[in-house]
Design a protein around this ligand. Structure first.
Ligand code: GLN
Ligand code: ZN
Length: 772
């Protein structure tokens, strides 16, 4: 029998983001819901046909979603909180209300919270289960989409988020912890049993249940929960009406710590990620073997990179599994949702470059090829021209190394990663030199990117205006925000970042080594997509990137203007990295490039420089035992490499967009910045306890108001926030700033909010100074 090729999931947004355009058009009242439905149906059909065209055996259905699959699963299980039901909207509008909030004639509710999907840049909605009694089969979506495919002649493999992952990621009433009591487990398992029955009735052969939560470290009781769910669900595979195979699909890591349990449960298929979870999964297979009747789905086509597959390496993996069991199917490593749609239309990349890439559509071809090659004998493989051509992509000739960069990295010494003198000593010097007041006020960097700012950038791109006109416009914006910040009385000013479209692309475009695509969008959340740049070669900085506007801004005021840079770890994490060299080496290359910029800013008279690491936490490995060895041990030193060369009096700031760093607080301190600002206004401020407990040395500005909301906070409420902060932190180390950059806000709320913030800081400052 020819080897089975299985695709875990396919991008749903469309080659030209048709789904995004349809849904957003509907939100703006420009389209009818029926148009959205028919666009969705067309996309599903097109995407299935593409996969059929590539001879994929197990093609997913129900991988489609209007907004998010976790949200769909919540709705499937009836976990719709009362506040959304009460609106009395139809099915799609209820879904959108849960996804993005609702404000209108029927009420005013905020959206469900959103969180990062494991280590990807995709965000899921956090389901809220108010009570087990709510749980029942509540949607026809998976069945309808299966039937839709069947009408096109395709017996698809329906995919669902599994009950264990669903429950582990869901929250209880009002977002509190969920109680996994017997009633809840029973209710959830019953819905899946019902789903199995329905699919047997519809003639499905395989059902894929996604359980990525299995690749995380386990808490006590986790495997008992898993077992009690599946020991109820699996018996429903056979009934008087037929039977169904269940594929337990894992991804984003290995399941070495629970594989034995999975094997004992007797799934028909177990899907293992042999890219991100290679070692752990292979050694578990070797140790525990494979039960009779179980097919191992070897995830060898990487769903998280854009590079061509190395066929020889993939075949080696399939072989390794093949030595343990004869029943091996080949699969993507995870859903292809996380890669761009196709290379078609990327004509800006020449053929010598393009042939190194494989987006979702091209990965289908790779999967088919690997399935075929895996069935060939030695002689067949030796004669295979395609295999030879594939091998030539990995012979090291892709890019010529930049010797200057290679040598600069090789010459690095441990001392290059340490700034002198120590932080406490620098504090004294900086206090003297910078002359800042107690509780200094500042912002995170960007000011509103108004329609006008974006329009001018678009006009420049379309060559409707020249560079000089554009620069004059930017200078005008800077003049205006400098004047405004002075009027309000902020202590440390910023130039506003009007010249930047994005905090990574802006730098990528000014560095050597990056490539940009035209249409390589990937979904980030809801209908939002991002288009990360590609790190193609060794990275270096041909010339200054930010000095001009920072110096210009500084020339307009007697107050200090903060220089504003993106850090190396964030640039790496929000780009497509290379695979021919490691992440550590790429981050160090980036760090040296940013280091040159830091030094140029300093030489130009900028005395405070902020290096944003908004995405540092994002790629923290899923398992705690890998945190340091596989990530922090090089990421944190790379940050230090950026700033270790500055004078003691130059103050280095950093910024992070979250407050979840209780567990890595020592590592954040080890970045050795002088000041850090971070998001805190929406959190419960336990981070302040962590700061206190860890004797955190870095001065810190926990955001005093939420910039994600258009609300204008009152002076009193900010004073109260500052009070809470001072309760836990030494006032001499506290900065006052908003949560994050202001670029997504309007002018109308930005200035009054900042006025209230400065007034609150002044009031508290006066009180403190009066007291001593
Ligand atoms: N300096 C950036 C800004 O203010 C930081 C953005 C971010 O943290 N995501 O926009
Ligand atoms: Zn931020």
């Amino acid at each position: 029998m020819p080897r089975i090729a299985s695709v875990i999931g396919f991008p749903r947004i469309g080659a030209d983001r048709e789904l995004k355009k349809a849904i957003e058009g509907y939100w703006k009242g420009r389209r009818e819901l029926d148009e959205v439905r028919s666009t969705a149906r067309e996309l599903r059909e097109r995407h299935w046909r593409i996969q059929v065209g590539h001879d994929i055996d197990l093609i997913a259905s129900n991988d489609f979603s209007y907004y998010d699959r976790m949200l769909d699963t919540a709705i499937l299980l009836g976990a719709i909180p009362e506040r959304y039901r009460r609106l009395g909207l139809d099915a799609e509008d209820t879904l959108f209300a849960m996804g993005r909030g609702y404000q209108g004639p029927r009420g005013d509710v905020t959206a469900l919270p959103m969180k990062k999907w494991f280590t990807t840049n995709y965000h899921y909605l956090v389901p809220e289960i108010e009570e087990p009694a709510q749980i029942r089969l509540n949607s026809e979506k998976p069945f309808e989409e299966f039937t839709e495919a069947k009408a096109l002649g395709l017996v698809s493999k329906p995919v669902l988020i599994g009950p264990y992952t669903f429950l582990k990621l869901a929250r209880g009433p009002q977002g509190g912890a969920l109680d996994y009591d017997a009633g809840l487990i029973d209710a959830v398992a019953s819905v899946y049993v019902e789903v199995l029955r329905r699919f047997i009735g519809l003639g499905a052969q395989w059902l894929q249940l996604d359980e990525p939560y299995l690749v995380l470290d386990k808490d006590e009781g986790d495997m008992a929960l898993f077992r009690s769910l599946y020991s109820r669900i699996l018996p429903a595979r056979t009934s008087a009406h037929g039977s169904l195979k269940v594929l337990l699909q894992t991804y984003f890591g290995h399941v070495g710590d629970c594989y034995e349990t999975l094997a004992l449960l007797g799934f028909d298929g177990i899907g293992l990620d042999l890219v991100e979870g290679r070692e752990g999964n292979l050694s578990a297979l070797e140790r525990y073997g494979v039960s009779e009747g179980t097919t191992i789905f070897a995830g060898v086509v990487n769903g998280r990179n854009i590079w061509r597959n190395d066929y020889a390496a993939s075949l080696g993996l399939v072989d390794a599994v093949g030595r343990i069991t004869p029943d091996v199917a080949v699969s993507t490593s995870c859903s292809l949702l996380h890669v761009p749609f196709s290379l078609e239309g990327e004509d800006g990349l020449g053929e010598p470059v393009r042939r190194h890439f494989a987006f979702a559509v091209e990965k289908l071809g790779e999967l088919r090829r690997i399935a075929e090659l895996a069935d060939q004998d030695e002689a067949g493989l030796r004669a295979d021209k395609a295999l030879a051509a594939n091998q030539s992509l990995f012979d090291g000739s892709r890019v010529r190394r930049d010797q200057a960069v290679v040598e600069r990295l090789a010459a690095l010494r441990p001392s290059d990663f340490t700034r002198h003198p120590a932080r406490a000593e620098r504090r004294t010097i900086q206090r003297e030199e910078l002359g800042l007041p107690l509780l200094p006020t500042t912002t995170i960097g960007s000011f509103p990117q108004t329609a006008r700012v974006r329009a001018e950038r678009a006009r420049l791109r379309k060559r409707e205006i020249g560079q000089e006109d554009y620069d004059r416009f930017i200078a005008g914006r800077i003049d205006s925000v400098i004047a405004e910040q002075e009027r309000i009385g902020l202590d440390v000013l910023v130039h506003g970042e009007f010249e930047r479209n994005d905090m990574v692309e802006y730098f990528g475009q000014r560095l050597k080594g990056f490539l940009f695509t035209r249409n390589a969008w990937v979904q980030s959340y809801g209908t939002r997509c991002v288009k990360p740049p590609i790190i193609w070669g060794d990275v270096s900085r041909p010339g200054p990137m930010t000095v001009r506007w920072s110096s210009y801004a500084q020339s307009k005021t007697d107050r200090m203007v903060k220089g504003m840079l993106t850090g190396p770890v964030t640039i790496l994490n929000w780009s497509w990295p290379r695979e021919d060299i490691g992440r550590k080496e790429q981050t160090e290359q980036l760090a040296l490039a940013i280091r040159d910029e830091v030094e140029d800013l300093e030489a130009a008279g900028i005395r405070i420089i902020q290096i944003d690491e908004a995405a540092l936490r994002e790629k923290l490995p899923l398992r705690r035992s890998d945190w340091h060895r596989a990530y922090l041990d090089w990421a944190v030193p790379a940050f230090r490499l950026v700033h270790s060369g500055v004078r003691p009096g130059t103050q280095i700031h950093t910024h992070m967009c979250y407050s979840e760093f209780n567990d890595i607080i020592r590592d954040i301190d080890a970045m050795d910045a002088d000041v850090i600002s971070f998001e805190a206004s929406r959190s419960d401020l336990t981070v302040l306890d962590a700061i206190q407990a860890a004797h955190f040395e870095t001065e810190a500005g926990p955001g005093v108001y939420d910039i994600h909301s258009p609300r204008i906070p009152s002076q009193e409420e900010i004073e109260e926030r500052i009070g809470q902060i001072l309760h836990k932190m030494d006032a001499a180390k506290v900065w006052i700033n908003p949560d994050c950059g202001l670029k997504t806000r309007g002018e109308a709320e930005t200035w009054p909010s900042l006025e209230h913030m400065v007034a609150a800081a002044r009031y508290v400052r006066a009180r403190l100074e009066g007291a001593c």
